[in-house]
Design a protein around this ligand. Structure first.
Ligand code: FNR
Ligand code: 8K6
Length: 348
């Protein structure tokens, strides 16, 4: 067998043990049906990838005003829950495990999709426009009120409960890549002057409230989190003061036994001056629980990184689009089909 470190089982906690250390990274595919309902084709797509130690679903909106791209699935209607049940049954039928990634895009939502005002921590628009729909310029968001923030926490908790009803083994909170929860964690997008802005404690407050509300509903052992301490996408500008926010946040997360922490990045060779280097190394130094690495890794490099304890599990994204049988090919030492963007057009 090639790359033995990748094929060791991994106990996440007393409730969940993964068959191997290869996770399928969350991958937005924009293929949900009318009503943002998951389709039979999506069930088959995920089932083909069930040999992963854990599949993390594509980002899934917790409510309508969180939508920023066409045909991204939701988890807030009965029809969406039923659609996802077909997905989880198909994956479980093949012996796999699957978490749902919970998403609200915040200021990179668009009224074109939502029919509603765009909301964010502060009224600061992202520059630019929606990918592949360049006529849709980003709008100036409205800053959430404190009452709306309380409702948002409840909506995340309800979405997590819906995910369990749909048969998911757990959920991953998407607080990475410049979307709503990440917008609270960076000074560039959070200019609030109430208890949700200004200091590391205040800027971390919403995310910790979401983590705690979800853990209370479905258990910390089934609650995971994705973070991007290094700002790199969706027009968030890194700020050296962000370092204190993440230092504080990680200290708090060390006291909560989550299933895992997952870095959000496209290429983990990127470095950030205010993190003293790579984001994965920064997380490893500050976080004591299970860490998932990601970002342009080959199986060979991931095998070495796990041996060197740079992280515990590897998430693989684009190669899983190109190779539904990624795990089997890597295990057997067979060649991989290279990824290219044209493969996004179909759900093979
Ligand atoms: C992504 N990524 C991503 N991340 C996330 O947290 N939620 C998502 O829904 C998506 N969607 C998505 C779609 C597509 C088409 C790509 C290419 C990427 C990021 C992804 O999870 C991963 O971090 C990167 O792709 C880097 O890993 P690879 O592809 O280099 O293995
Ligand atoms: C119809 C639009 C669908 C958008 C899906 C969201 C995820 C997009 C992923 C794009 C892949 C390549 C982007 C690389 C960004 C690197 C940033 C430094």
């Amino acid at each position: 067998m090639s790359f033995p470190n990748l094929f060791e089982p991994y106990p996440l906690n007393a409730e969940l043990t993964l068959n191997n250390r290869i996770l399928m990274a969350p991958l937005t595919r924009c293929m949900a049906g009318p009503g943002l309902v998951p389709t039979d084709a999506m069930a088959a797509y995920y089932a083909r990838r069930a040999a992963a130690g854990l599949i993390i679903s594509e980002a899934t909106i917790i409510r309508q005003d969180g939508q920023g791209y066409p045909n991204t699935p939701g988890i807030f209607t009965a029809e969406q829950i039923q659609g996802w049940q077909k997905v989880t049954q198909a994956v479980h039928g093949k012996g796999g495990k699957i978490f749902l990634q919970l998403w609200h895009t915040g200021r990179v939502a668009h009224s074109h999709f939502t029919g509603q005002a765009v909301v964010a921590p502060s009224a600061i628009a992202a520059s630019g426009s929606v990918p592949r729909m360049r006529h849709l310029q980003y709008e100036v968001p409205r800053a959430l009120s404190r009452e709306e923030i309380a409702q948002l926490v409840e909506d995340y908790a309800q979405a997590a409960e819906n995910a369990r009803e749909a048969g998911f083994d757990g959920i991953e909170i998407h607080a990475a890549n410049g979307y709503l929860l990440d917008q609270f964690l960076h000074h560039h997008t959070n200019r609030r002057e109430d208890e949700f802005g200004g200091s590391p404690e205040n800027m971390s407050r919403l995310l910790l409230q979401v983590v705690d509300a979800i853990s209370h509903r479905i258990g910390a052992a089934r609650t995971a989190l994705r973070l991007s301490p290094g700002a790199y996408v969706n027009d968030i500008q890194g700020d050296e003061r962000d370092r204190q926010v993440f230092d504080y946040l990680l200290q708090q997360l060390n006291q909560r036994e989550l299933a895992y922490l997952h870095l959000g990045i496209f290429d983990d060779s990127m470095t950030f001056a205010y993190l003293d280097g790579q984001a994965s190394r920064y997380l490893r130094r500050h976080y004591q629980g299970t860490l998932v690495g990601v970002g342009s890794y080959s199986a060979e490099r991931a095998n070495q990184a796990i041996a060197a304890k740079e992280f515990d599990l590897i998430a693989i994204g684009r190669p899983f689009i190109a190779n539904p049988d990624y795990v089997e090919k890597v295990r057997d030492g067979r060649p991989l089909t290279p990824y290219n963007d044209a493969q996004l057009a179909s759900l093979d």
